[in-house]
Design a protein around this ligand. Structure first.
Ligand code: QAP
Ligand code: CO
Length: 168
């Protein structure tokens, strides 16, 4: 297992569209474990493979209080099952230090494969539903800053680019 490097906005690799996972092999198990280690170490609640520069349709999350409920979603799809939106102050490990309010469908059904390749389904609302949608967006090359004003997005870009220059 390893803590992996997380790409940060505006890295163009965050814009790649991920392709489906086809092999549920030992390498995949190691990747999943490393993604959890990376997410927990960074104090995140969700991490998509795109964020560690792996362009496969795979995400991990743990929205529990005690950080004891790891969940893996492979090749996930989402259906909206109730009209209505919920608002959350979203952050992102790829946009460190910035939070903005985003509206998303509040009740969803998710179909995905688990780490062995076995299909499962769940219904989600609240923070879990928001987090799943945020992470699936990553797999499609989208970021929460795409939902805020261009002015706010540009300010965030400028600040992060300055930080990246200073740490380089
Ligand atoms: C996505 O985000 C999410 O800026 C997961 O300095 C977040 O885990 C979905 C984090 C909120 C719904 C609501 C962000 C950690 C973690 C930061 C994260 C930071 C340190 C973000
Ligand atoms: Co994110």
């Amino acid at each position: 297992m390893a803590v992996l490097q997380i790409l940060e906005f505006p890295d163009p690799r965050l814009r790649k569209v991920a392709t489906p996972v086809t092999d549920f092999d030992a390498d995949l198990q190691i990747l999943i474990d490393s993604m959890f280690e990376t997410m927990y170490e960074a104090q995140g609640i969700g991490l998509a493979a795109t964020q560690i520069n792996v362009h496969k349709r795979l995400l991990v999350l743990d929205v529990s209080e005690n950080k004891d409920s790891p969940q893996v979603f492979i090749n996930p799809t989402v259906e909206i099952i109730q009209p209505g939106l919920s608002e959350y102050d979203e952050g992102c490990l790829s946009v460190p230090g910035f939070y903005e309010t985003v509206s998303r469908p509040y009740m969803i059904r998710v179909k995905a494969l688990d780490r062995m390749g076995t299909p499962f389904e769940l219904e989600a609302d609240g923070l879990l539903a928001t987090c799943i949608q945020h992470e699936i967006d990553h797999l499609d090359g989208k970021l929460f800053v795409d939902y805020i004003s261009a002015l706010k997005r540009q300010r965030i870009r400028t600040k992060l680019e300055k930080e990246h220059k200073q740490s380089a």
